[in-house]
Design a protein around this ligand. Sequence first.
Ligand code: GLA
Length: 756
Amino acid sequence: MRANAGFLFAFILLLGSCSQKTGPDIVSLDSGWKFRTGDNLSWSTPAFDDSGWSTIDPKQTWEKQGYKKYDGFGWYRFKVVIPSFLREKAYIKDSIIFRLGKIDDCDQVFLNGALIGENGMTMKANSLPSADFNKIWGKWNLDRKYVLAADDPRVQWDKENVIAVRCFDFSGPGGMFSQPFEIAMIDLKDLIQIDFSGSAFVFEGDSIIRKDIVIKNLSDKNEFKGNLIIRAIRSDNSASLYLEKTGIDLTGGLTIDKQISFNTSFNRPVSLFVSFTESESGKQICDTVEVPRILTPKAPKEPRITGSKVFGVRPWSPFLFKVSATGTAPLKYTAMDCPPGLKMDEMTGVITGVLKKKGEHQVKLKVENQYGKSERYLKIVVGDLLSLTPPLGWNSWNCWGLSVSDEKVRQSANAMKSSSLIDHGWTYINIDDGWEDTRDKDGNILTNSKFTDMKALCDYVHSLGLKIGIYSSPGRKTCGGYEGSYGFEEKDVQRYALWGIDYLKYDWCSYGDIAPNPTLEQLKHPYLVMKRALRQVNRDIHYSLCQYGMGEVWTWGADVDGNSWRTTGDIEDTWESLSTIGFSQNNCSPYSAPGRWNDADMLVVGRVGWGPSLHYTRLTPEEQYTHITLWSLLASPLLIGCDLKQLDPFTLNLLTNDEVLAVNQDPLGKQAIQVKRTNDYEIWVKDLEDGTKAVGLFNKTLKPLYVPVDLKDLSLQGKLRMRDLWTQTDLGLVSGHFEMKAFAHGARLIILGHQD
Ligand code: GLA
């Protein structure tokens, strides 16, 4: 492995060091918390005796500390002396801040019995807690920072203060987590915000990158003068691409919007660094962001057929398959030797009809435009199995959470088409939790006011050449507290078929109330009930099991007829979540097969949020390359979890690499296996139908790394052709041992094959 230390040092010097001095002392609230489940407002009072309560680590949710699967109320208490020297030593003396990590899902925070914060908002003096807890979904990811005036009577200087946190968890992990947990006087870093998140990077022509950077003074009374430095630097050769130094005067409440642009090759690594040094105190705040590298080449003008090469359908089921292709419009689609019963729409590439007999058909597809033509075979398998390649689509959960609506689903479907994702094989538009209402007198499930006409919505999505999915739970309630299917499975599926649903995500959720300590049989039971219901309707509905991997579902998901099954709990847009899930999928690998997919959960790229307000994923661009590379190798369903209406150029580029997607869609249906795992890197290998191997090299460190590859570890020998899939370039021949550079938390995806 080559040493990068010299280069890194030079890079840090060039960026300029950012001291991020915190200034005044802090009072740590890291350890010493008491906890109990349940709810009682008297637990907010300072005098309450909590000596019988358990201890808890606020940095981890309660699920991780002995309260597995506990949803509902939980209280935390902490006793702390707030010393007045904090105030005396502080640079800004007027406000004190309570930083309480994050809270899943909702919170009310009391200081000495008085309410100071609720769901992330500081509460004015004399605010009363609503007896009925203000349950707001979607706040779990919000930093809890409550700011009080230093002379607020709720603060007891130099005396013992009692902080009491009342939490409510809807489902999944609950309570306090993340960090920091501390009390401090407010500091420059709390008041000046350098924000890259308001807009995406824009790539213009062949080499211009534009970006808006917002610098905000969050204080309405304090004014800060100082120097702003903005730099863009190539992180592989330290070349300076942009440098701006300006004196700025941030008066109270001011927002400065800086628009910068610089020239560089889009596939090179660049860091953007911003610092503000306040003149009077010399204090500095800074932030840095990785400029996304654009790796996927533009699709050529000539047609190129993309997407799945094999399609499974049951006899007599309505047939719907859209041939996807890139190339300049208009494209003309032809299907040669189409079996009787099917017809191809020449303009849209949509094949419809019915096939009545089991069997296989090879259909030769042709797509033409003014620049040329592309031909490819599509294998149609009329039989028992659906989804012979992993589903490619979108799901509403990671963006909209329970705030999903008909309008948002339509917008996503429209964007799937207008963004060109549809041309790369992306097919499903899946509605997750949040569409359900109660039932009518005959037991039919009703949609809530956000979905006025589900049938019309399904028709609309189909009219675009897309398919549509829905969500339910085998329990009485879904995870979001909506009506589940328990006892109404057949009725529900009949409705789905009537509406035209093509995909069902069936999420365990409250089934735990029916089977609290489920045996394997009880784990399978509700999924078998739904299987029977699904098999009774004349419609192919992809059956997606969601029960977080319980009872090693990958070993029996096929027995209950699942087409895919979630192998893990819910993903989040962090490296910790992504890498923990992604790199722990080796056990399930042998169970992956056409129509039977291990589902590593939905994608967390683009603008996500699990509720009405969205943010750009917290994954760095290189981490996103790891995400798509790994999920493709895992042959996991790929369900985009962001708002498609707000797709930025990088995310679109990331999701439209046909050679990468072809690894996911490979008809052999094998999942990659982990052939090498060290603290620093991993290598995963996926066998492909044509006898070649797709190889993923993953750098788990925070520095660029040359990942060493020994072909014998991949069960390969001799001279092999190597192709880089992200850049779609041939890299020549390799043999024996070689190294490939991957950036921090980044990945390489290559194909290795014998010379023809
Ligand atoms: C569970 C699932 C998520 C999502 C929500 C909906 O948490 O794992 O993917 O479907 O329920 O409430």
